[in-house]
Every structure is written in structure tokens, then in C-alpha cells.
Design a protein around this ligand. Structure first.
Ligand code: VGL
Ligand code: ZN
Length: 203
């Protein structure tokens, strides 16, 4: 059991990010048993949940003639367009069956504003609104976080970077995270970026 000042953050362990989902991340399913085992070691466990309305601006399907993978400008920010995924209250937005959700202390949903995407569990991509996660963690005496989940090059990366800038001592649990690699090398670059920013990378 780790000390009570350390929280585990499970990033987006949802049906749509599994290999058979709408925005598939290769090998993401292998994280589930690892996460279940790791959860035994923490008192506080946070889960983030990508939770989009159907009209979300990150869905290619909501823009004329756009396809997933293309990049547009969305209300002033660069936005990668994705397949429809993690729609609120849909099956794809559920946590993966088999994940020990009983052990989760608190869930933070993100990506609910149709006009802006939110990769990090802490803030939207424009750092305009907070989810309240940093405040919640501090109120619960947490000053260190260990992060796993998907996708390494998107939601995990931005959650880790925000955790560091919010002052949390931050570890990436590297063997329990997989990425999209839209451009080959994205995952490796993301890990390098997290390390540069001050994350501890733990195999
Ligand atoms: C994610 C793309 C779009 C993620 C979420 O969980 O990394 N990636 N929405
Ligand atoms: Zn999303």
C-alpha cells in the first residue's frame, strides 16, 4: 500500500478506446488486469471519463466533408478530428467491463462542452475551464499522482503535463499506457515530452 498522499489516476479506460472500439488503441485491453492489480496498492483512485455530447466539435462527422485524422481549427484551437466516440450515456463511454470500478474513489468527466476538446483530466485544451480535479486532490491531501491509461499521446500526456504544472509529483506508469500513434513516433515523443516536463517514467 502506497502512502495516503499518492493517488492513482486511470485515464479513459472506456469501451471506445479498446481495440474493438470506435477509437481503437492497440493493446489497450491489456491495461485492465494491470490496473486492477495496481488498484490494490492505492487508497485514492481517480478515473477520468471522456464524455462527449453527440454534437461535439472533435467528431469528424459534425463537420462537412471531414474525415477522422484531419486537423481543423475549432474556436481558435487546432483540433484533430476523431471518429464519434464516448458519447454521453452510450455503451462506448462506459468503463471497460472487468475494470474494478468499485475501487474508484472519484470520476472526473471531460469533453462535455461541444465547442472545445479536453484531453487532460484537469483542464480543457484551451485551459479555459477546470474540471476541479486539482482542487479535489489537494483537498484530499494528495501531492503525488501515478498515471496510467489511454491514450499516451493525447489524454495521458495532457493529464500528466497538467498534473506537473499543478504541482503534483507525477509518475507515468509506462507499461500500463498505450497510444494512438497517428503519426509514427507520437507515443515515443509524448513520453519524452512528459519526461522533459518533469514526470518520472516508471516501467
Ligand atoms: C482521447 C482522442 C479523443 C484519449 C480522447 O482518451 O486520449 N483521444 N478523445
Ligand atoms: Zn474524446
Amino acid at each position: 500500500m502506497y502512502a495516503p498522499n499518492i493517488a492513482l489516476i486511470l485515464v479513459d479506460l472506456q469501451v471506445d478506446f479498446m481495440p474493438t472500439g470506435m477509437l481503437p488503441v492497440a493493446k489497450a485491453d491489456t491495461i485492465i488486469p494491470v490496473a486492477n492489480a495496481l488498484m490494490q496498492d492505492y487508497r485514492t483512485i481517480i478515473a477520468t471519463q471522456d464524455w462527449h455530447p453527440g454534437n461535439h466539435g472533435s467528431f469528424a462527422a459534425n463537420h462537412p466533408w471531414r474525415k477522422p485524422g484531419q486537423v481543423i481549427e475549432l474556436h481558435g484551437l487546432q483540433q484533430v478530428l476523431w471518429p464519434i466516440h464516448c458519447v454521453q450515456n452510450s455503451w462506448g463511454a462506459e468503463f471497460v467491463e472487468g475494470l474494478d470500478t468499485d475501487r474508484i474513489t472519484k470520476v472526473f468527466q471531460k469533453g462535455t462542452d461541444p465547442e472545445i476538446d479536453s484531453y487532460s483530466g484537469f483542464y480543457d485544451n484551451g485551459h479555459r475551464k477546470s474540471t476541479g480535479m486539482a482542487e479535489w486532490l489537494r483537498e484530499h491531501g494528495i501531492d503525488e499522482v501515478h498515471v496510467l491509461g489511454v491514450a499516451t499521446d493525447y489524454c495521458v500526456k495532457f493529464t500528466v503535463l497538467d498534473a506537473i504544472s499543478e504541482g503534483f509529483s507525477t509518475t507515468l506508469l509506462k507499461n500500463a499506457t498505450y497510444g494512438v500513434d497517428l503519426m509514427p513516433g507520437d507515443v515515443d515523443r509524448a513520453i519524452e515530452e512528459m519526461k522533459e516536463a518533469g514526470a518520472r517514467i516508471q516501467a
